[in-house]
Design a binder for this molecule. Sequence first.
Ligand code: GLU
Length: 332
Amino acid sequence: MSDARSSSATATTGTADPVRPYRGRFAPSPSGPLHFGSLIAAVGSYLEARTRGGDWLVRIEDLDPPRERPGAADAILATLDHLDLHWDGPILRQSTRVDAYQAALDRLAAAGQTFRCACSRAQLTALPENLHRDSGDELFHPRGCPLSPAAAGTSTACRFQAPDRDVEFVDRVQGRQCANVARTVGDFVLRRRDGWYAYQLAVVVDDAAQGVTDVVRGADLLGSTARQILLQEALGLPRLAYMHLPLAVDESGLKLSKSDDAPALSRERPAAQLVAVLEFLRQGPPAGLGDASPGEVLQWARANWRPEHFSGMTRGTASGASVQEATQEDRP
Ligand code: GLU
């Protein structure tokens, strides 16, 4: 969070433009099969879109080949289908969108908002600001690239010059948020040294191109939102509304994550998996609902969807019996 003393604030109400029809999305990265944590984002974004009479899109965020697993994207889509989570329109794959990302980068560069950076990971890791970062967090990068000025011919990343001011927004679950990106993350990456476009840029370009109005996703991405709002502003794109769902953690407090080899969802009893998500989100599904079909569970959930039941909840332990049942390995 930020120090607001010398900064001007950019406030948003957290409400999307009322004339644009609601459009939500689920945007999994194919780094592994769908697991319980990502199912929460899928079900939450689906229910929010459907109960608000909106579209629900699915976008495959396959922009990080070193972290992808062959077949994972198809497996995720098959699982959604198996759970009766049916999406609208065609699937967008980010790997097909590099021209759009480069065009956005060119616009930011033409406006003088980017710079080339040759800083190595080791140099950044050694900065005092980065001593206590979680491994998945973007490393802080100070203004002006003092560590390693880019020399001609070296491979460079492209970074965004983050303005030194507060970004405020109201998250529909987590409440009012305020962050000064220049002080918390610094000048962040738009295109990596290896040439791949960064998640922050791609997500902003694609949400706008797909007409998304509302982002519903896990609270692990709450900290990315200020960066995304800055890019929306710099590119003249509409402001989105945000809802960050509680993060599912294991008993030791670690996020359930595909890349951490969280167990895939069992293909048996798909309705029970949906019920486990509804329990995690404190929706109070009735006993026995897990014996219905996935479509019937979703019908109940649409009629009874109450986001206020998890208001302010940032995380929850995914260790209940219903979650165990939903994630047990399939029997051969
Ligand atoms: N691709 C991201 C993930 O799987 C989600 C991105 C988003 O919802 O903005 O964690």
